[in-house]
Design a protein around this ligand. Structure first.
Ligand SMILES: CC(C)(COP(=O)(O)OP(=O)(O)OC[C@H]1O[C@@H](n2cnc3c(N)ncnc32)[C@H](O)[C@@H]1OP(=O)(O)O)[C@@H](O)C(=O)NCCC(=O)NCCS
Length: 175
């Protein structure tokens, strides 16, 4: 779908408190148990840092089709505590640690993840952030490279017992 079509079909916005349940369910569908954010943690994140969520809401059903979430910080290296402690969020932080990109299976393969990331980057650039940082499995590094991230190599994270790669996207004025 084109950017215009995606924006006609989906509303892109921050998450609402009453949508925490949906975020929990989507995370469980998208990630295996060792990688998924726990229910309690997702609820805490939605409650504490809704502004750092970008949800794509299907205008027809009113339900979330996919979302990206993170927390802001002045730290520059990803550590696993960002996954488990929403209290690390610093609203004035220059960087965003991205904690999860989720698109429900029935909405995949249409460019929705790409559009969520594109809009997230624009929004956070406007908020004065400098760098987006995430970790991903080797199978996803290429996808994030296509979305403008650079592969910094193996991360110190051992989340879920997996090997992770740290990817960063440093903002330039032309995003
Ligand atoms: C990964 C995921 C977010 C992709 O969502 P999507 O909406 O289908 O992705 P898009 O259609 O926007 O695809 C964007 C690009 O990434 C590529 N891509 C999509 N899914 C991919 C995957 N699983 N592996 C590798 N590349 C992938 C696409 O080929 C596309 O590239 P193209 O434009 O050259 O065709 C979705 O499959 C998902 O939620 N998976 C489970 C959770 C997950 O793995 N999240 C990401 C890791 S944190």
């Amino acid at each position: 779908m084109t950017i215009k079509e995606l924006n006609e079909r989906f509303e892109f916005r921050t998450i609402r408190p009453e949508e925490a349940e949906q975020a929990v369910m989507i995370e469980q569908i998208c990630f295996p148990p060792n990688e998924a954010c726990s229910e309690a943690m997702m609820r805490e994140r939605v409650e504490a840092v809704p502004d750092l969520f970008l949800a794509a809401v299907d205008r027809e059903t009113g339900k979330i089709a996919g979302f990206l979430n993170g927390i802001a910080t002045n730290e520059e290296i990803f550590r696993d505590e960002f996954f488990t402690d929403a209290g690390l969020h610093d609203p004035e932080g220059e960087n965003v640690m991205l904690l999860g990109l989720d698109v429900l299976p029935q909405y995949r393969g249409q460019g929705l993840a790409r559009e969520i990331v594109r809009q997230y980057k624009r929004r956070e650039l406007q908020r004065g952030r400098k760098v987006l940082i995430l970790t991903c499995l080797s199978s996803k590094t290429e996808m994030y490279e296509k979305m403008g991230f650079h592969n910094k190599g193996v991360s110190g994270s051992s989340w879920g017992g997996e090997q992770w790669y740290e990817m960063t996207c440093r903002f330039t004025a032309d995003i």
